[in-house]
Design a protein around this ligand. Sequence first.
Ligand SMILES: [Zn+2]
Length: 116
Amino acid sequence: MAGLSNIYVAEALHRAHILPTVLAGTLVTSKGKPRPALEDLAGAVRQVLADAIRAGGSTLRDFRNTEGGNGYFQHNFAVYDREGVLCATPLCSGTVERIVQSGRLTFFCLLCQEKP
Ligand SMILES: [Zn+2]
């Protein structure tokens, strides 16, 4: 997901129930058509961005709103920066884990982000 902040990537993958370690190539068929998981992910990205915009953006590391103030989206993170915290998905008993991928931090729940 080039161009998206890793905050939004982590949140969108969590909403779409896809592990960050899943290779992008496995989300399309051999003919290049999107699999259902990729369509879920596209929808989750739109949702996360819409939520973030509604909340005024997020301030972690790289964001300031146009007034130079802080956004509020960080209060809605399900997984980002929540290592060791109980997963926010209803009825999930997983704990948020953290890994570094290509030098970027990402966060996920192993229980509800199983392979598509
Ligand atoms: Zn979970």
